[in-house]
Unconditional design. Structure first.
Length: 388
């Protein structure tokens, strides 16, 4: 592994790969920083790239990643569809360009591991967007675990109960397919909260799960609902439920109980709003906030959801730039992002086989394994959880 050298003497040059809906968050986030300059965008639809460049006053709009990398970039932000992330990241690594990639890092573990290795070998940083870790509420819970207020987590719960209209899936041909989307509610929505859950609870030892499609079967081939029981290497346990079949949405709740007996939970309701601590049960006292405030519209458009997340995108982009200036690691690395992917792929595999997926035991100094103990190797899974 090559250690990247800090970049300190000049503004960083940024390129955006992909001009779909989430690119706005990256454009807003990088533009909010004083020490970077966005030099261009690319998209397979050249006119969309040109329209984006014109709207944002950018000097270059190109059709390919190669052309974008030729603009002497320091960072490329990857906003392309899920299965294309690897190709962009490998090209960037080969060009010596650092990468900030949208979630999920990839749609299969072998791809994710190739991306991590390519960036390590090239000495470039790889960060992956899980901007909800930058919520003050999430950081408060993480701090309470670290400082002993909660202590080592022993029980957890993650509920991701969301609303999507059929039009959400039907307006883009790639949505809701195994090949182009990589999965359903787990891959596209719940992965954010799976990341938070494992950030709080620790490394995973076993996953037992089920998936189904209850509402959107006319529009998607992937799951719209899932449930799982997760056991961690510490011995802690957690449950996961996720769905886009709700109307109205119930939002997201994540709760952690620690070995001290104390508990804390956060809520994101409506979707896209800042997570807030709704339960703080510590030292014999309980403080709460309403999970569902009165007068709030529960079903929120994707544009609104993405727009409300821009401040947290900005916080993670600022952290990534900080890591380049100071030479340290970004808050969420490619290896970190691979953990959440591994968990949700295990739910797919468990649902397919009807058996729990057991991970090899992990330690802090051991990279996550790509093979389960006594089960199908993860890097042999196709996108629908069956052997390739």
């Amino acid at each position: 592994m090559i250690t990247p050298s800090p970049v300190t003497a000049r503004p960083l040059r940024i390129g955006i790969a992909g001009c779909g809906a989430i690119s706005r968050n990256h454009l807003e986030a990088f533009r909010a920083l004083d020490d970077v300059v966005i030099v261009g965008v690319c998209d397979i639809d050249l006119q969309r790239a040109r329209d984006t460049a014109e709207a944002w006053g950018l000097p270059a709009a190109v059709n390919t990643v190669q052309e974008l990398l030729a603009l002497d970039l320091d960072i490329v932000a990857v906003c392309t569809p899920h299965p294309t992330h690897e190709d962009v990241v490998l090209q960037a690594a080969a060009a010596g360009v650092h990468v900030l990639c949208e979630k999920p890092i990839a749609t299969d573990l072998a791809s994710a591991e190739r991306m991590v290795k390519a960036c390590d070998d090239a000495g470039v940083k790889l960060g992956v967007l899980f901007q909800r870790r930058f919520w003050p509420a999430a950081r408060r819970i993480r701090a309470a675990i670290d400082d002993g207020t909660l202590g080592r987590p022993i029980m957890g719960q993650c509920s991701v109960m969301l609303h999507r209209d059929p039009e959400y899936y039907s307006r883009d041909a790639w949505r809701g397919t195994w090949v182009s989307d990589g999965g359903g509610v787990l891959m596209t929505q719940a992965i954010h909260y799976i990341d938070l859950l494992q950030w709080f609870m620790g490394d995973v030892a076993e996953v037992y799960g089920k998936i189904n499609t209850y509402k959107h079967g006319e529009h998607i081939e992937v799951e719209d609902s899932a449930t799982a029981v997760i056991t961690f290497t510490s011995g802690a346990m957690a449950t996961l439920e996720a769905s886009t079949a709700l109307s109205p949405s119930l939002g997201v709740q994540i709760r952690v109980t620690g070995e001290t007996g104390a508990s804390a939970s956060l809520t994101e309701f409506p979707e896209g709003s800042d997570g807030r601590v709704d339960l703080w049960a510590v030292a014999g006292t309980i403080s709460t906030e309403p999970v569902y405030p009165e007068g709030v519209d529960p079903n929120v458009s994707l544009t609104t959801i993405n727009g409300q997340l821009i401040p947290h995108h900005t916080a993670q982009v600022r952290d990534f730039v900080r890591s380049m200036r100071g030479g340290g690691e970004p808050a969420i690395t490619g290896q970190d992002a691979t953990k959440a992917l591994r968990i949700l792929l295990a739910v797919y595999e468990s649902s397919r086989t009807g058996l729990p997926v057991r991970f090899a035991p992990l330690t802090e100094s051991t990279r996550p394994q790509t093979q389960t103990a006594g089960a199908t190797p993860h890097n042999e899974l196709s996108l629908n959880g069956a052997k390739s």
